[in-house]
Structures are given as C-alpha cells and as structure tokens.
Write a protein that binds this ligand. Structure first.
Ligand SMILES: [Zn+2]
Ligand SMILES: [Zn+2]
Length: 218
C-alpha cells in the first residue's frame, strides 16, 4: 500500500487553462487578475503581481509566491502603513460599503471587499454578496463546461460527468471530473501492470487496472 502524492500537482497542471497562476487558496486561476504596476513602494517588491478575487479570497501572488489576504495585511501593517485600505482617495470605491454602510473595506486599485457583508467591488462595480455568489457560480459552471469540452468529450459524456456518474471502463480523467480527487490512493504494481484503489468518503471505492475503472463500490 503506497500513497500517491503528486496527484494534486497533476490535476492543477492539467486543469490550468489561462496564463494567470492558480490561486492555492481557491484552486482556480479564473479569478486571478494581474496587478497593475505599483505606483509607490510596494509592500512586497515584485515584477509580476496577481490578486485573486475569488470568493472571500483576495490572496496575492508576487513573483510566484502566494500570500493570503491576512498574511498580506500583516506585512502591510508591519511596514507602518495605514491598515488596509478603507477606500480613501478612490472616488469610485468610496469609504463606505453601499450595502451595509461598513467602513471595514479592503481593496486594491481594481478589486475590493466589504469585510462585514462580503459585498464586492470589481473593476468599478459593486456587487452584493448574493449577486457576487451568483456570478461566481455561473462562472465556475461555465469554466467547468469549457474545460470538459476542451477534452473533446461528447455532450452525453459531459452531461453524465456533470451529474456525477461514473462507469466501468472510464478513465482516471473522467473519474476525477465526475467525483473529484480521492481522499487516498492505494497502488499495487505487478508485472502485469498497475492497479489502484481510489478511496472516497463514506466507504466509496473505485478500482483501476492500468488506468481504467474495473470496479466501483459504494
Ligand atoms: Zn483565491
Ligand atoms: Zn458591506
């Protein structure tokens, strides 16, 4: 019995579509936006900077190193800067959340969040938390379908993957798309090939022989 660790790496590599890096906190690159060049001393000097505007995230990536919003906020304050930002000096962002009136706002030049009601400000537009969730869901769904289509799969296969069905004879890629990453993988290699047991929660197991599903137990 041996654990297969590099799976997460494999998945993130094969799913990456755009050029933006994948946010390790949201595990998507679709919400990662490039940061404009810093106008003053940057908190963390960088040549290439990104921010993730995924739900409740605001993680930053500077030259390949990621910081959660909290870690970044700490660095910001360590440098004696005014605590993150409150929108002062930006007329379109404002100093108060238009939904709840809170001044507990955080933003960069293009994206922001109200830390009290989770309203979002993205590229000059405010969205309530619910509006943002709806956009987020629609985006995620569209991204997923786009990815499945990019594999050249038939509509029928895409439909059953979206509904979470897997069958004997399916490939690992299909199982990953339909059920996500397993909690654990047990692998046995013999001279006849490799067999794997993928462990999902609640006593579900998927068995592979040479990369193809041979049994499903749930
Ligand atoms: Zn993120
Ligand atoms: Zn608010």
């Amino acid at each position: 019995m041996k654990k297969l660790l590099p799976l997460a790496l494999l998945v993130s590599v094969s799913f990456a579509l755009a050029e933006a890096p994948t946010c390790p906190y949201c595990e998507t690159n679709e919400f990662v936006r490039e940061l404009p060049p810093p106008t003053e001393d940057p908190v963390i000097p960088y040549k290439e900077g990104y921010i993730c505007v995924g739900l409740g995230c605001l993680a930053r990536c500077f030259d390949g190193t990621w910081y959660s919003s909290e870690e970044f906020g700490k660095k910001w304050e360590e440098q004696g800067r005014v605590p993150l930002l409150r929108g002062k000096g930006s007329t379109s962002f404002g100093t108060e959340c238009p939904y709840c009136g809170s001044e507990n706002l955080e933003s960069t030049e293009r994206v922001g969040i109200c830390n009290d009601c989770l309203a979002r400000w993205v590229d000059g537009i405010w969205y309530s938390k619910d509006e943002w969730l709806k956009i987020f869901d629609e985006d995620l769904h569209a991204i997923r379908i786009k990815r499945l289509k990019s594999y050249g799969w038939t509509d029928k296969r895409i439909a059953r993957v979206l509904e979470g069905y897997i069958y004997i004879g399916d490939t690992k890629k299909i199982v990953l798309e339909a059920w996500g990453e397993p909690e654990d993988i047990n692998r046995t290699t013999t001279r006849y090939g490799t067999s794997e047991q993928w462990v999902y929660g609640l006593g579900c197991y998927v068995y592979f022989e040479n990369g193809v599903v041979t049994a499903i137990q749930d």
